[in-house]
Write a protein that binds this ligand. Structure first.
Ligand code: NDP
Length: 284
């Protein structure tokens, strides 16, 4: 058996086309969504992500501002910029690119972003609302994962979902979203005793640990749907947290790396930005 490949690039393109149309409609009503991205330092992967976000925003017709700050920018400068952007009505969404240099308290900066403009969904208000099932900005990667599962037609209700990784950015929110869709959810992490036993029980397996090829085909239940969030550089290429070659023989559907979850993250950022603009204009 060879799994169906879930084409994140194609699904993301559909989402982006929808966003483009929505932005055009909003512009006719005099509303221009705006996204401000802050990048501190020169981490090469972050630079690429920010460039892609800038390009995607412009392509969707969203007003885009990128603040590229030197690595030694003091924390109070970043906080001052966030305060300024919070106050500007033409900025609907603010994103601080993760990670920031070590002398900056990333959590303090995320907390300073107005929850109404927190299109990354990292503010405690949005994370808390997600926990209790209220309307909020859902972090982009988890939201993209759910969209991919829905698009693939995967039934979640009553299914056993296993999430490997418990970060606030991916693992925890994706587990909450799966729970809200009535899956029976297990969260694994670095102290999980028998990871393979847990992953082998999964009908839906989401892996977000940042370890190249850590989950092999023999750790996957035959017929499972596998979502690989990992992005790991290896021999000049990018590979996932799942060993694609062995997993594709066992799973019923799987996301590739690259071209799976990655493109969805940006598409969801655009969607969150448009939703922010709509809400700030009183349209929702
Ligand atoms: P973090 O480093 O913040 O979290 C990693 C999690 O994995 C932790 O909870 C850790 O456990 C757990 N973990 C680490 N090693 C193991 C192991 N051997 N077995 C079980 N659990 C383990 O990572 P992120 O959540 O930020 O990102 C995860 C991956 O997803 C990375 O490769 C990242 O690049 C990628 N990513 C991709 C995105 C995309 O758009 N495609 C977006 C965001 C991330 P513990 O808590 O115990 O330490």
């Amino acid at each position: 058996m060879s799994a169906r490949i879930i084409d994140g690039k194609a699904v993301a393109e559909e989402v982006r086309a929808g966003v483009r149309e929505e932005v055009a409609r909003l512009k006719q009503q005099g509303i221009l969504p705006g996204l401000a991205v802050i990048l501190v330092g020169d981490d090469p992967a972050s630079k690429t992500y920010v460039r892609n976000k800038e390009r995607a925003s412009k392509d969707a017709g969203i007003h885009s501002e990128v603040y590229r700050l030197p690595a030694d920018t003091p924390e109070h400068e970043v906080l001052r910029l966030i305060g300024e952007l919070n106050a500007r009505p033409e900025i609907s969404g603010i994103l601080l690119q993760h990670p920031v240099p070590g002398h900056i308290d990333e959590r303090r900066c995320f907390d300073a972003i107005s929850p109404e403009k927190d299109v990354d969904g990292f503010h405690p208000v949005n994370q808390g609302r997600l926990l209790i099932g209220e309307r909020c900005f859902v972090p982009c990667t988890p939201r993209g994962i759910l969209h991919l599962l829905d698009h693939t037609g995967v039934e979640l209700k009553g299914k056993r979902a296993v999430v490997v990784g418990r970060s606030n950015i991916v693992g925890k929110p994706v587990a909450l979203l799966l729970l809200s869709r009535h899956a029976t959810v297990t969260i694994c992490h670095s102290r999980t005793q028998d990871l393979a036993a847990e992953t082998r029980a999964a009908d839906v397996l989401v892996v977000a640990i940042g370890k190249a090829r850590a989950v092999r085909g023999d750790m996957i239940k035959p017929g499972a749907v596998v979502i690989d969030v990992g992005v790991n550089p290896e021999d000049g290429k990018l590979v996932g947290d799942v060993d694609f070659e062995s997993a594709v023989e066992v799973a019923s559907a799987i996301t590739p790396v690259p071209g799976g979850v990655g493109p969805m993250t940006i598409a969801m950022l655009l969607q969150n930005t448009v939703e922010a603009a709509r809400r700030q204009a009183g349209l929702e």
